[in-house]
Design a protein around this ligand. Structure first.
Ligand code: BG6
Length: 518
């Protein structure tokens, strides 16, 4: 493996070919091409730029471009919708038909790229985006290696892949080993699209650009931390994939743990990719392992059952298309754990995620400890008076709750909100996660990409849970009606006498109490 000092320099290249495998798929249509088009409009692409879009289907260049134009019109930023610009952009796009599972086809791909270097000036700088099922990541990396497309003598060669990176520790390790046979770690960009979210990155800025938080950010002042990622949608036609995955693998092992890491990490020594990634890795290494005999009490899993939500009949998970009618796959998971280090020793972290919950909300809630002595009457609500809520989505922003005197006689205390909303910066363009991540891979900045050791550490942490769920058929999976906040047992996780229970967020960050729009 290259040492960090040998890592690619971070600079915008002048020349680049973006090679998308799986170009006829949904991700390319909805996310990748619209994101690259948005970069094009902001003049963030290299001067000499070309996209080679690889698919298995027989398609002409023209019909592929037409489809992409459609995708751009539907999914790119509305401020960039301009027919001339779209036409100009798709002229940098070619469709290339090949069977990417056939090793003998890669010679032809190499020739096409060499040709592209001559015709479009891409100069052997290649960014390969594998928008394909994970089982193909290893083999394709190998095929690229066989024809020298991993070679960085004359330019750079980078590989972008998207989760799942394996389905457990063993397969995660096997995938890393397979990729490392042909690509060194600094050439591999593993997307966790949560890290591409502006508000997730803001966790770093909020913590490390403000002197006021650091003295409080530890076991002395923080009572507990919640991380929630709730979705109101179900499996949306992805039953086949989801039934083999479940919420633990699909969301918790990656997106939720990444948010925990950014919340809990030590200040990095610099903003260099490996300084930050080292601190992320240290958090994952410090997670207190959940023993197999603790799984039942520390982890609650659930599955949504049919219900009516705001007058609409919602199908239960087991009735969804491509889902086993006797499936025991969890669509909800909540977990309690600790981080064994000096900063966090003894502070419980509660994390949960689920589908078909009442609303779509992702947030981190930091609950500060109460005052040591309750001076005022009537401040029952003040057990967890001071909360800092970092809203990742929607109504992106930050909310601080604190106690104030209720106007009038006496000393009645009530909790009030102080809030900031990203929408107040409406003149700023908030880049989409893919826009940010593709740009970073182009310039060689891997800060927001998951490193091999971190992926394996996250698998190691969830391994006991996977083992117990797989081996013990008596481990409960609780049903919860679609449109509710998951199994009631999840409340028992947090009601340990010291804490105030889960926060039940509304769509709008500052709504709570009497009014809650979902
Ligand atoms: C994906 C999961 O990684 O994240 C999906 O596979 C989930 O199941 C999605 O719906 C959620 O992403 P977001 O950005 O909508 O919160």
């Amino acid at each position: 493996m290259k040492s960090p000092s040998q890592e690619n320099k971070i600079e915008k290249p002048q020349n680049l070919a973006l090679v998308i495998f799986g170009a006829t798929g949904d991700l390319t249509y909805r996310k990748l091409i619209p994101a690259v088009y948005d970069l094009f409009n902001q003049k963030m692409l290299p001067e000499k730029f070309y996209i080679l879009a690889i698919g298995r289907k027989e398609l002409s260049n023209d019909s592929f471009r037409k489809k992409m134009i459609n995708g751009i019109r539907k999914f790119s930023e509305s401020i960039y919708q301009n027919d001339e610009q779209i036409e100009a952009f798709v002229s940098y796009l070619s469709y290339f038909r090949m069977d990417f599972q056939d090793a003998t086809e890669y010679q032809r791909l190499r020739d096409a790229l060499q040709n592209c270097d001559i015709t479009n000036g891409t100069q052997s700088n290649y960014l390969f985006y594998l928008s394909l099922p994970p089982s193909l990541f290893g083999p394709i990396a190998g095929f690229l290696g066989q024809v020298g497309l991993n070679d960085e003598t004359h330019g750079f060669s980078r590989l972008i892949i998207e989760k799942p990176f394996g389905y457990d520790l063993e397969s995660g390790r096997a995938l890393n080993n397979q990729l490392h046979e042909d690509f060194i770690e600094s050439q591999i960009y593993r997307i966790d699209h949560y890290l591409g979210k502006e508000t997730v990155q803001n966790l770093l800025v909020m913590r490390f650009a403000n002197g006021i938080f650091e003295p409080l950010w530890n076991r002395n002042y923080i009572d507990h931390i919640e991380v929630t990622s709730a979705e109101s949608i179900g499996v949306e036609g992805r039953g086949g994939y989801y039934d083999g995955s479940g919420a633990l693998r699909d969301m918790l092992q990656n997106h939720l743990l990444q948010m925990v890491c950014l919340t809990a990490m030590e200040p990095p020594s610099s903003m260099a990719a490996d300084s930050i990634r080292n601190e992320i890795f240290k958090v994952l290494q410090s997670l207190k392992p959940i023993r197999e005999d603790e799984v039942n009490t520390h982890v609650i899993r659930g599955q949504y059952v049919a219900s009516h939500v705001r007058g609409e009949a919602i199908t239960g998970y087991r009735e969804e298309k491509d889902v086993d009618p006797e499936s025991r796959t969890e669509t909800y998971v909540a977990m309690k754990f600790f981080i064994d280090n000096w900063r966090w020793g003894g502070v419980p972290f509660y994390i949960r995620t689920g589908k078909r919950l009442p609303t779509r909300v992702t947030e981190v809630v930091v609950h500060f400890k109460p005052t040591p002595h309750g001076l005022f009457q009537g401040d029952k609500a003040c057990r967890s008076c001071n909360q800092l809520i970092i809203r990742i989505q929607p109504d992106e922003g930050i909310l601080l709750k604190f106690a104030m005197k209720n106007p009038g006689a006496g000393f009645d205390v009530k909790t009030v909100n102080m809030d900031f909303h990203y929408s107040d910066l409406s003149h700023e363009h908030l880049p989409s996660a893919y826009e940010r991540l593709i740009y970073d891979a182009m310039i060689g900045d891997s800060t927001l990409y998951a490193r091999a050791d971190a992926v394996e550490a996250a698998w190691k942490f969830v391994e006991p849970v996977q083992k117990v769920w797989a081996s013990d058929p008596d481990q409960k999976i609780h049903g919860y009606p679609a449109g509710t906040w998951g199994p009631e047992n999840a409340d028992d996780l947090v009601s340990n006498g010291d804490s105030s229970g889960w926060r039940y967020p509304c769509k709008n960050l500052a709504d709570d109490g009497n009014y809650c729009e979902l």
